[in-house]
Design a protein. Structure first.
Ligand code: NAD
Length: 296
């Protein structure tokens, strides 16, 4: 039975994954190259647990117990040495992930399952740099992790059935709904989502409609909780661009070519909510959704 979970990368997704495992009684080791990022992650988890206490989802004692379940380290080798499951949630960059998987494979115990939270990078390619490709799997949580129910589980070419079964059962234990798919570019979630986001950006770029109109049509017409441009800002425009490139390269089909407007916005550092501006502008503390000056 899995009890000890190590999470590599303490950014947006890593802190959410740590939160959910810790809340469900697992011993979590959160690892990041950046010590400040680890401190930030604990502060965010604390705040998000407070929110759950405020909504009476958990008690104050459960919050304390969850925080006590998390330890942090900047040292990969010691951080994974007792892991039964290691989940990599570092920056979406193929070379970096290959390097990290080689490191985890060296340091983690023989029976440890190695999972990645990648949005789009091939599980099979990542597995191939390890000596245990049959124990490598995609465990794709959605953002924000404590709120979103879905876990997209991705079988690599060599992933063995027992490993998939363990990850399915574990996801259920976390209160999530697992869905198993195979390893092809973008898996299912992003293969379908990213072309829609790209098409929304093309519609804006070609002057078919404005930001508000595009998002309102998709929200009210298709009952999407947020429009595609707002969602792109939330995910991060750099992340959207890199996933589209994976789809374009992986399928060799020009229909996935990223819109030039998206390419330009990323080059200009307009990455969406995290940079303060994308299709909308995000002023600190403001809850109102304001269209960026550039698109008025
Ligand atoms: P992020 O930029 O918020 O965090 C990445 C973290 O990885 C940073 O804290 C960084 O310091 C750390 N890191 C970099 N190199 C490292 C190394 N060698 N060892 C340990 N830590 C290292 O990124 P994120 O948005 O949390 O995304 C993480 C992963 O999750 C990516 O693969 C991304 O595609 C995927 N994902 C993201 C979302 C989303 O909405 N943001 C949703 C689903 C999946």
């Amino acid at each position: 039975m899995i009890k000890n979970v190590s999470i590599i990368g303490a950014g947006t997704m890593g802190n959410g994954i740590a939160h959910v495992f810790a809340q469900n009684g697992f011993a979590v080791t959160l690892i990041d190259v950046n010590a400040i990022q680890l401190e930030k992650a604990i502060t965010i988890i604390d705040k998000n647990l407070d929110r759950q206490v405020g909504k009476e989802i958990i008690s104050e004692d459960q919050k304390k117990a969850a925080l006590a379940n998390i330890t942090t380290t900047t040292d990969m080798a010691s951080g994974v040495q007792n892991a039964q499951l290691a989940i990599e949630a570092a920056t979406e960059n193929t070379e970096l992930k290959l390097k990290i998987f080689k490191q985890i494979d060296e340091a983690a115990p023989a029976g440890c399952i190695l999972a990645t939270n990648t949005s789009s990078i091939s599980i099979t390619k990542i597995a191939a740099v390890t000596k245990r490709p049959e124990s490598v799997i995609g465990m794709h949580f959605m953002n924000p992790v404590p709120v979103m129910k879905l876990v997209e589980i991705i079988n690599g070419y060599a992933t063995k059935k027992e490993v998939t079964h363990t990850i399915i059962e574990l996801s259920k234990q976390l209160g999530k709904v697992p869905c198993v798919v195979n390893d092809y570019p973008g898996f299912i979630a992003n293969r379908i989502l990213m072309p829609m986001i790209n098409e929304a950006i093309y519609s804006l770029y070609e002057g078919v409609a404005g930001v508000t109109e595009i998002d309102t049509i998709m929200r009210l017409g298709m009952v999407h909780p947020m429009g595609p441009l707002q969602l792109a800002d939330f995910i991060g425009l750099d992340v959207c661009l890199s996933i589209l490139k994976v789809l374009q390269e992986g399928f060799g089909n020009p229909k996935y070519a990223p819109c030039p407007l998206l390419v330009n916005m990323v080059a200009a550092g307009k990455l969406g909510a995290k940079s303060g501006e994308g299709f909308y502008s995000y002023t600190l503390g403001s809850k109102e959704l304001l269209v960026s000056e550039r698109f008025k």
